[in-house]
Design a protein around this ligand. Sequence first.
Ligand SMILES: Nc1nc2c(ncn2[C@@H]2O[C@H](COP(=O)(O)OP(=O)(O)OP(=O)(O)O)[C@@H](O)[C@H]2O)c(=O)[nH]1
Length: 547
Amino acid sequence: MTLKRVSQSLLARLIAFGLLLVILGSFARYYLLAKYLREDLTQLVSAQQLAYAEAVAQDIDFKLRERLRLLQRLAATLPQTLLDDPERLGAWLAERHKLNPVFSLGIVVADTRGTVLADYPAAPGRSGGSLAGDPDFTHALKGEGRIGRPKTGLFTGARLLPMSVPLRARDGSVRAVLIGLTALAAPDFLDRISHGRIGESGGFLLVSPADRLFVAAGRPELAMKPTPPSGVNPLHDKAMDGFRGAGVTTNAQGVEEVSAIASVPSTGWFVVARLPTAEAYAPVRRAQEVVIRQSMIAVALVLGVAGFFIRRMLGPLHRAARLAERMTAGELPLAPLPVVRDDEVGLLTRAFNQLLGKLTASQVDLQRMAHHDELTGLPNRVLLADRLRQGLARARRKDSRIAALYLDLDGFKPINDSLGHEAGDIALRDVSARLRAVLRQSDTLARVGGDEFVLLVTDLASREDCAGVTELARRCIEAVAPPLSIKGHTLRVGVSIGIAFGAAHDDPESVLMAADHAMYEAKKAGRGCYRIAEAASSPADTEPLPG
Ligand SMILES: Nc1nc2c(ncn2[C@@H]2O[C@H](COP(=O)(O)OP(=O)(O)OP(=O)(O)O)[C@@H](O)[C@H]2O)c(=O)[nH]1
């Protein structure tokens, strides 16, 4: 029941409408903000990631080329006589290595058969060993230097990157092969991949697409591990096919990330700079949180402030409704409601007051019509009966009397008959006016029939007062007697009066009947006179009145 009342309340509906607007607005802002911020951030983070990836790729490319150039310089400067003296060759290599120790796992010199002549730093079993089947050795033997493929070293067992260059005789023939081995984990080599961080959770990967291998990775467990099969990570698949640039993708671990790919031209590798979107889009989440917080504040404001103001605005309406209810219940008299403000509520209250005014006026009219004669405006039989009851009640309380004078016009019918009903009405109104002029204010003159009137006189406290009633009857006869001028005709009517007195024990009907009978007596006595009823409480029958 209470819920139904609330749902029907204008206040509740206005607040609900306000809340709906706030919530819809919040939803729209929440999603639009997220959408546009995400788009902008994707662009920004992609550009940033690409810049990182390119910088790292260039750095790695530079280091690789530098190493290859160094190896070529060594090959060009190595005194060929040392090839026949492994001990001195080893010392020469050690000297060079100390000057620039970039080949952390050693510089190896092998003759054209692949036999290792010397190495530094030395690896167990390498010197005197054979590199005959080694692809880097074979390649250099053909006269070309190259950066090899990452692999696990034959003698060192470490993950390394080999580089090989030929050592040529004066006639241009290959006399030996120089191989430089760099540990993938060597300092200042791929550390930007393995230790570089992007934000809190992002990092780098170095991929060799030809080997389908992670050469190095920020996550150590990925280093030298195969790349995911195609179909797992769409952006990785594109990168393997040669795409360079940035995009949003989901990696093999199911983590969505913004990734950028840049080439390492010297090896055909590529660097991936990756940042999980959970971190990249953190500002989006923060903005969404702000929107949610704002919305909660807006909801609180709508509930509090708007609720307060709407309540205030509708307050006069509530008060007016309560007043109207109490008037309807009869607890308050009907009265215009106070118009507090000049707004819609005031307009409604004013309209209500106008309606109330009309209602009250028609109620007064109805009341008047129910108690008055329409033609003369005099009280009718109903109101007379009431006044008669009141008069007798007062007589009981004050030990006084009342007198009823029953008046019947003489010779009225001929006016109707000769001049018409309208003339008769005029005569009745004129006679009423003359009789009214004779009365005291406390007397009641009522029209009780066609040409019959009753004059009620109350509070007759003394014998003189009672004697005054006959005097009043005489004045009535005199007042009616002068000729009437109706529609250019001079007409005469008279009046016969029957007087009956009433005291404490009398009932209204018997007093009226007594007066009526007395009036007939007056008619019989020749009209134009009054007679006093004997049956009712005439002053003669009762105890003498004081005075
Ligand atoms: N014009 C008019 N006539 C009315 C009205 N009510 C009653 N009458 C008429 O008043 C007349 C009353 O009749 P009577 O009392 O016999 O008339 P009267 O000539 O005074 O006769 P007496 O009383 O015997 O002297 C009737 O003709 C009614 O039709 C009214 O409201 N207007």
